[in-house]
Design a protein around this ligand. Sequence first.
Ligand SMILES: *[C@@H]1O[C@H](CO)[C@@H](O)[C@H](O)[C@H]1NC(C)=O
Ligand SMILES: *[C@@H]1O[C@H](CO)[C@@H](O)[C@H](O)[C@H]1NC(C)=O
Ligand SMILES: *[C@@H]1O[C@H](CO)[C@@H](O)[C@H](O)[C@H]1NC(C)=O
Length: 202
Amino acid sequence: MLKFVAFALFLTVVSVSGEGCCAPKQWESLVGIQNTTAVDGMIKVTQTYAMESYDFDRKKIAMVFPTEGFRMVQDYDKKKLYIIAGTYCSAIPWPYPMINCIPENATLLFSYEMGGSGGLMVNQYNLDAFLHDFKGSMQFTDKCIPVSQQQYFDSYVTMFGFTNVTTGIKDPSVFDVPSPPCPMDTDIDNVLKPLLFEPAQP
Ligand SMILES: *[C@@H]1O[C@H](CO)[C@@H](O)[C@H](O)[C@H]1NC(C)=O
Ligand SMILES: *[C@@H]1O[C@H](CO)[C@@H](O)[C@H](O)[C@H]1NC(C)=O
Ligand SMILES: *[C@@H]1O[C@H](CO)[C@@H](O)[C@H](O)[C@H]1NC(C)=O
């Protein structure tokens, strides 16, 4: 669960206070997710994708996983993470702040132009400035739109790619949480694991 929270926490990164390099207050993106694990000395790769909706005004982030058929909603006012799959709903504590700007103590590690002249300008930062104690890096465009993230754990690496980022929220119902509120479920790991990843394409 910790790793999953870490992944989801990143999604809070791209929003904070008024100054500095900040993402739009509302944006959506198709997020590609790849997880590479060493299992008995062999590399195992799993992939999935999600539609992310980020709304700093509502203080909510939603991720819809169409392949797995579930949705996550992070509510930063209520400090809850909701997992919604059909009629199943679960809520777990989500005590993190919502972030909108690149932190001032983030180190700019590299700047480069993807693909070369006329390509996409990308700035790379250390992940621990965004996620305390996590190893990895994050990439943003020079307009502070997220491009990608790599997160290194002891035995696996998780990578996220943000594509087709658009501003605004097309369908605010992605943030809806069933009422009465979800029951607390401390065993959320068992729900998420089978939902999260499909085997990679051969
Ligand atoms: C990636 O794989 C590891 C090891 O199997 C797993 O613990 C982790 O939860 C996976 N990452 C995500 C985002 O689920
Ligand atoms: C950056 O500053 C934040 C807030 O003061 C702090 O939580 C975080 O640990 C710092 N990160 C690094 C890499 O110094
Ligand atoms: C991403 O955006 C491009 C340009 O609008 C569009 O042609 C493409 O179909 C989009 N891709 C996906 C997977 O939505």
